[in-house]
Structure formats: structure tokens, C-alpha cells
Design a protein around this ligand. Structure first.
Ligand code: RFL
Ligand code: PHB
Length: 393
């Protein structure tokens, strides 16, 4: 017989979506249990996103987990686009009055785990074979195994925050859902190194050899990416080759400012646009990468996870405090309205900046013209800035 427990909201996944949801629910007096497939060290070490929209920073502040973020996060007033031999600065503060903050997802995750474990409720690490049952009933439950023991968690609601490869999305009946997907014929090769960044702001570079991005984690830690083929292997990119390629793609203005050093992490990620609709069925609600993926060019993935859980926490709070289920019923539509706009922006940034076609093609000329237009039009720059700093939630 499985050991049985009960909670109000069962959360699958201790990524940013699951952890932030749990924190927001706690502030509304709602209990939850988080089931996470991996161990704490693994979750805390995963290197991923780096850019937080102002709305995400505000939400983390509301959640009471922004103290270190305010101390260590780097507030950026703009980004640079390097293309056609020149660097164009997009001034977010001037164009929108808003900024973004560079603070690693790893740090957000650590802050949220620390808050959770300081008394908010349990995280079950290394929860194996999580299975979702009876989402169409009033008493859904999760079955899982931990330390070899079968357990059951009976819930009022289940939040699927288990990322793109999790078990939540497949638990929605096929007949109710629809998916939209676009894959890209290239990936990003990322490198993390303990060297000072080459620039105070991020540089997105469009180059005939392919896209490159100069980012950072702190004044002493840099994060760089280059567009690579899907069949390329990490072993083909020793550090020296990668630094040489970055210097070429970021351009001769920037190359002298690049400090090189040994990589402390290197990985290849494929690019994908993906949306699964609806984001709810019965008593199961999806949030974050479990429901949608954006290519990283717009820096939107983590920020979408934050806006999803904001909507979901607010809806669950209305249910528990006022018995009002209007927001819960509207959750998928509310979240998707924002998701689709971020999908559009991420796709547009990807298509604008990557090498997709031979130099002499019509499409490459269109890309060039669009970059030229961006350089000459305040209206076009405002569109980019407004989307990059994040649409309101
Ligand atoms: P996560 O972070 O994938 O967390 C899901 C958690 O669920 C667990 N899990 C399970 N647990 C229990 N049972 C199961 N069956 C489970 N299956 C999975 C996993 O172990 C994990 O702990 O999803 P979440 O919370 O939705 O968060 C999404 C973000 O992580 C993601 O969107 C961003 O990292 C995307 N992203 C970026 N987003 C930004 O906002 N700004 C950026 O600058 C940015 N850069 C990036 C990125 C993603 C990248 N990669 C590697 C995909 C750069 C890169 C290279
Ligand atoms: C990062 O620092 O990891 C990063 C920054 C901007 C992006 C994607 C990733 O668009």
C-alpha cells in the first residue's frame, strides 16, 4: 500500500516555475508539495537563462526573494545589436522607461529553494516515476516513488511545472489539445568562463559566419553563445577555437575587449518554438516550459514561466479566499495571450539575427534591410525595446 499524504496544490518540478508558484501560493496561505525528479545539487547547478524582465524582478520582490538579486543583479538600460559592420544601441530606458536585470537563473533558483526550505513547505527531491491521476475528478492525485517507497499525494489541484520533457503535458488527453511547433536548423553553443565581460551591456551580433551573443553573469563571469549546426559536437569546439570564432563574429570593434580563459561550462542547445494549448484541463494546470518553449534569442523563457505562475497563483488565491473560480477558468486564455506575443518576439529576433540563407539570396537581403531599418527608425527600436523589457502582465 502506498503511503498517502494530502496537500492543496501538488506541484511537479522544482524549476523556476514550480518554486516561484509554491512561494506565491504560500504568501496567500495555500499549502503545496513540490515533487522534483532530480537532486538539489543538480537543480542548483543547471546553467540557463540570464536576463530578467522588470516584471519578473517585481514579482520576485513581491515574493520576498529579491534581496540578493537587488544586491548582485546588474541593471541594464539597453542592449547592442552588432550588424552590417556597426554597433547599434537600443536604449530601453529612453524608449520605454524600463530596464532588464542580468541575474542568472541558477541564482534565482537558489534563492527560491532557500526561501522554500526556510519553512514554506517540502520539496521532495529525487521523486521517481511521478504519475498524474484523475485530473477530471475533484480529487486528483500524484503517485510517485522516493527512496524505493510508493507514495500518493492527494491534491485539490495539480500544477505541471516540469519543463518540456516532463510528464504533465502528456497527461492532458490528446483529444482536448493542440500543439504548434517550429524547429530551427541550428543550435546555440554556449560557454561560461570566469573572465570579465567584453562590454557593459549584452551584444547580439548578426554576422555572415552566424549569430553570436556576448552576455554575462557578473563583473567577473562571462557567458557567450554562437550559432552552430545541429550536427556539431562540443569536442569539435576546444576553447581556443570558440574564442577565435567569437572574436570574428562579434567584430573588430569588440574583439580587443574580449578576455579569454578556460571554459567552466560548455553545451549545445537546439532552438525550438513550441506551444501546447490549452494550458489546463480539469484540475491540471501547466506553467512554464511544460507548456511552451521559445528560442533563447529574446531571453523570454524564464520570464514566461514567471508570468504564468503569477496568473496561476492569483487564480488559485481567488478560489481559496473568495470561492471565485473565474480566474481559474480563464487561466489558459490569460496566460496564452502573453505567451503568443513572446513567441512572436522570440521567433522574430531569431529570424532577424541568425544566418539562415546564403549571402546572395533575397532572404539575406531582406534581413539586411530589416537591420538597416532598425538602425534608422526610432519606432522600430521602440518595438524591440518594448518587447525585450517585457510586455505587462
Ligand atoms: P525547468 O527549468 O525545465 O524546470 C522543470 C523542472 O521539472 C523537473 N522535472 C520533473 N520533476 C518531477 N517529475 C518529472 N517527471 C519531471 N520532469 C522534469 C526538472 O528536473 C526541472 O527541475 O522549467 P521551468 O520551471 O518552466 O523554467 C523554464 C526555464 O528554465 C527556461 O524557460 C529558461 O531557462 C529558458 N532560457 C532563458 N529564459 C529567459 O527568460 N532568459 C534567458 O536569457 C534564457 N536563456 C534559456 C536561455 C534556456 C537555455 N537552454 C539551455 C534551454 C539560454 C539557454 C541556453
Ligand atoms: C544568457 O545570458 O544566458 C542569455 C542572455 C540573453 C539571451 C539568452 C541567454 O537572449
Amino acid at each position: 500500500m502506498a503511503v498517502q499524504e494530502r496537500t492543496q496544490v501538488g506541484i511537479i518540478g522544482a524549476g523556476p516555475a514550480g518554486l516561484l508558484l509554491a512561494r506565491l501560493l504560500k504568501l496567500h496561505g495555500i499549502d503545496s508539495v513540490i515533487l522534483e525528479a532530480r537532486d538539489r545539487d543538480y537543480v542548483e547547478a543547471r546553467v540557463r537563462a540570464g536576463v530578467l524582465e522588470q516584471g519578473t524582478v517585481d514579482l520576485l520582490e513581491e515574493a520576498g526573494v529579491a534581496e540578493r538579486l537587488h544586491r548582485e543583479g546588474l541593471v541594464h538600460d539597453g542592449v547592442e545589436i552588432a550588424a552590417n559592420g556597426r554597433r547599434l544601441r537600443i536604449d530601453f530606458r529612453e524608449l520605454t522607461g524600463k530596464t532588464v536585470t542580468v541575474y542568472g537563473q541558477t541564482e534565482v533558483t537558489r534563492d527560491l529553494i532557500a526561501a522554500r526550505l526556510a519553512g514554506d513547505g517540502p520539496i521532495v527531491w529525487e521523486a521517481a516515476d511521478v504519475a498524474i491521476h484523475d485530473i477530471e475528478s475533484a480529487r486528483p492525485y500524484l503517485r510517485y516513488r522516493v527512496a524505493g517507497l510508493e507514495r500518493e499525494l492527494v491534491c485539490d489541484y495539480i500544477a505541471g511545472c516540469d519543463g518540456f520533457h516532463g510528464v504533465s503535458r502528456p497527461a492532458l488527453p490528446e483529444s482536448v489539445g493542440q500543439t504548434f511547433e517550429r524547429t530551427y536548423a541550428f543550435g546555440w553553443l554556449g560557454i561560461l568562463a570566469d573572465v570579465p565581460p567584453c562590454s557593459e551591456e549584452l551584444i547580439y551580433a548578426s554576422h555572415p559566419r552566424g549569430f553570436a551573443l556576448a552576455s554575462m553573469r557578473s563583473p567577473t563571469r562571462s557567458r557567450y553563445y554562437i550559432q552552430c549546426g545541429l550536427d556539431e559536437k562540443i569536442e569539435e569546439w576546444p576553447d581556443e577555437r570558440l574564442w577565435d570564432e567569437l572574436k570574428l563574429r562579434l567584430g573588430s570593434d569588440t574583439a580587443p575587449d574580449i578576455t579569454t580563459g578556460p571554459s567552466i561550462e560548455k553545451s549545445i542547445a537546439p532552438l525550438r518554438s513550441f506551444v501546447s494549448t490549452p494550458m489546463q484541463h480539469g484540475r491540471l494546470f501547466l506553467a512554464g516550459d511544460a507548456a511552451h518553449i521559445v528560442p533563447p534569442t529574446g531571453a523570454k523563457g524564464l520570464n514566461l514561466a514567471a508570468s504564468d505562475v503569477h496568473y496561476l497563483a492569483r487564480a488559485l488565491a481567488a478560489h481559496y479566499s473568495k470561492g471565485n473560480d473565474d480566474l481559474l477558468r480563464a487561466y489558459s486564455d490569460t496566460a496564452l495571450a502573453r505567451v503568443w506575443k513572446a513567441e512572436r518576439f522570440s521567433w522574430w529576433m531569431t529570424m532577424l539575427l541568425h544566418r539562415l540563407h546564403p549571402e546572395a539570396s533575397f532572404e539575406a537581403q531582406m534581413q539586411r534591410a530589416e537591420l538597416d531599418y532598425l538602425a534608422s527608425s526610432r519606432a522600430a527600436q521602440t518595438v524591440l525595446a518594448e518587447n525585450y523589457v517585457g510586455l505587462p502582465f
